[in-house]
Design a protein around this ligand. Structure first.
Ligand SMILES: Nc1ncnc2c1ncn2[C@@H]1O[C@H](COP(=O)(O)OP(=O)(O)OP(=O)(O)O)[C@@H](O)[C@H]1O
Length: 269
């Protein structure tokens, strides 16, 4: 089997022998500044392929800041220094095509944000902008993406209906499908269930567990049960630092740092 290596500076694809042990993404000395505010200090983190990693910690400790840096969503908002290594390239450099980065490292936001278009158009809009015109291919992508996001069975007869008519949980799964349609290999999720009821939340969690067969997922969550249910690894953020990063079971049952223990067991604040 081979995976494809994309040269994000140019947009052409060159094949690479698959190496399952290759990291999905790694940050080295990543720091983020918003003006004078040094919001994130020391991001030396490694994310394994096909795993789910939760970023947890109290409000304002830098989780979203870190997450958004990974696909350059902080460009123009904050100053990000250090390296973001993705498929052998440092993608935190000026020569990198940010649009290409975001195709490979997709994002799902806190609130479902479908476009005011049909379900089908939500999935194919960016692909068409990207030059994909083949209707058969687009139809295939619509079905495949919706199936991957566990939404196909619920919407297959309503693809031309407005996405805004879907429930919040369905809208969020549509946003996941929209991200998947671009064929990323990493999905960043910033509190994707915070606006959803418990049943929709469980559905998204089941979807994530299915998705990790093919994608690497990094999720910010305030929901400790969610982090322990879905993630393989957990990073604990504290005052702009990552002070513990380990297997989820270890972080939740036997953390090394007292502040982590206090946070995961609810003894803080
Ligand atoms: N767009 C921005 N402009 C200026 N400062 C920002 C911006 N976004 C975040 N910050 C600041 O960066 C710090 C980290 O915020 P961030 O949103 O990353 O934390 P968080 O851990 O994700 O919080 P929460 O859990 O509440 O979402 C805070 O001091 C915040 O005020």
């Amino acid at each position: 089997m081979s995976i494809e290596q994309y040269d994000l500076t140019k947009n052409y694809i060159r094949p690479l022998d698959a190496d399952k042990h290759e990291l999905a993404i790694e940050t080295k000395d990543l720091q983020v500044f918003y003006g004078e505010n040094h919001a994130f200090h020391d991001g030396n983190l490694k994310f394994e392929r096909y795993k789910i990693t939760s970023l947890i910690g109290a409000s304002g400790c830098g989780k979203s800041t870190y997450l958004r840096s990974l696909n350059r969503m902080n460009d123009g908002i904050g100053r990000v220094t250090g390296q973001i290594m993705y498929r052998g390239l440092d993608i935190n450099t000026k020569k990198i095509n940010v649009y290409e980065v975001r195709k490979h490292i997709g994002m799902v936001f806190q609130r479902p944000n479908p476009f005011s278009k049909s379900i089908r158009e939500n999935i194919i809009f960016a692909l068409k902008e990207d030059g994909q015109k083949n209707k058969k291919k687009l139809d295939e992508i619509v079905e495949k993406s919706l199936r991957s996001a566990a939404l196909w069975d619920e919407v297959k007869d309503d693809l031309d209906k407005s996405a805004l008519a879907l429930s919040g949980g369905q809208q969020q799964r549509l946003c996941i499908a929209r991200a998947i349609a671009m064929a990323p290999d990493i999905l960043l999720m910033d509190e994707p269930c915070s606006a959803l009821d418990p049943i929709s939340t469980l559905k998204i969690e089941e979807t994530m567990i299915e998705l990790k067969k093919n994608y690497t997922i990094i999720i910010v969550t305030h929901n400790m049960q969610q982090a322990s249910r879905v993630s393989d690894y957990t990073a604990f953020f504290h005052l702009g630092h990552v002070i513990e990063f380990d297997k989820t079971r270890k972080v939740f049952t036997n953390p090394k740092i007292q502040a982590t223990d206090d946070y995961v067991s609810g003894n803080f604040g």
